[in-house]
Write a protein that binds this ligand. Structure first.
Ligand code: NAP
Length: 259
């Protein structure tokens, strides 16, 4: 049996594991970081927790006789991807990176693309407070009300900003005390446009800050923002690793593993 490791944590990783599960010639192991309290589990064998960097992963690949690795982690899981590239090179194991396509701005969208979470925070800080008249960007008495969907670990980047109120939505609660200007909403996609519209209205949100994760499970917020004329600060993905075979299709990943 050929050993295959899927670095997972995404819908695409689960789809790939499901497709490969029926192949009797493969032993497929899906790996999860183990940080989400109640993760959606893929079909088949699963291991959880970090490997201990690139060296730990390389050792694991040798010990488990892994012959192929598919990195199907989230587009923002930069450290894991770098570790996968280094470990596969060290262990001589072929690697395929599976990344779903990013989102594209369409007619009616008002997106501002930025290169990092820090840049998004700077924009919020310098963009000023809204006036009671609306989203003018002119400094006024009320805080800017931000819909933040960049993950609980990004909260320290945004919470200290003066003049900002945050509706921070995440799967698990943030670690540590939650500042007074932050309202945490625990939820997990997929979301509906109706639900997102209602949320934006209920909390009188002025701007959406999100990462270009891609995929269909969380696009409803972008549709609702477009409908309601809400500006979006879109944090760009880190660049994909260079010199590595990459695909955006689960079917192509299945063919690569079975080919
Ligand atoms: P990261 O910053 O690149 O990873 C940090 C460390 O966590 C890695 O160095 C590795 O530890 C461990 N790790 C990450 N993914 C792993 C996996 N699939 N299997 C085993 N260990 C893993 O990644 P992250 O942003 O924390 O993401 C962690 C997981 O959540 C990924 O599987 C990713 O697909 C998923 N996820 C991430 C996001 C996001 O926005 N970043 C969103 C949704 C889901 P060692 O160095 O000890 O091996």
């Amino acid at each position: 049996m050929r050993g295959v490791l899927i670095l997972g944590g995404t819908a695409e990783a689960r789809a790939l594991a499901a497709e490969l599960a029926a192949d009797p010639g493969l032993r497929v192991v899906s790996s999860l970081a183990g940080r989400v309290s109640n993760p959606r589990l893929p079909v088949g064998e699963v291991r959880e927790g970090g490997f201990g960097g690139a060296r730990g992963l390389a050792d694991w690949l040798v010990k488990e006789r892994v012959e192929l690795v598919v990195d199907a982690t989230h587009p923002f899981a930069e450290r894991m991807t770098a570790s996968g590239v280094a470990a596969c090179a060290a262990a001589g194991v072929p690697l395929l990176v599976l990344r779903r396509p990013g989102w594209r701005e369409g007619p009616g969208d008002a997106w501002l693309r930025v290169g990092s979470l820090q840049r998004a925070a700077e924009l919020l800080a310098t963009g000023g407070r809204r006036t009671t008249a609306g989203r003018t960007g002119v400094r006024g008495p009320e805080p800017v009300r931000v819909f933040l969907t960049t993950g609980r670990r990004s909260l320290p980047v945004f919470a200290p900003l003066p003049g900002v109120w945050l509706l921070a939505r995440s799967v698990d609660p943030p670690e540590g005390p939650v500042p007074a200007n932050v309202h945490v909403l625990l939820d997990r996609g997929p979301y509906t446009v109706e639900g997102e519209r209602a949320l934006i209205r209920e909390h009188r949100l002025d701007v959406l800050v999100t990462k270009d994760s891609g995929g269909s499970m969380t696009t409803a917020k972008l549709d609702a923002a477009r409908e309601l004329g809400l500006p979006v600060i879109m944090v760009d993905r880190p660049p994909p690793p260079s010199g590595v075979r990459t695909t955006d299709s689960v079917a192509a990943a299945v063919a690569w593993v079975q080919g």
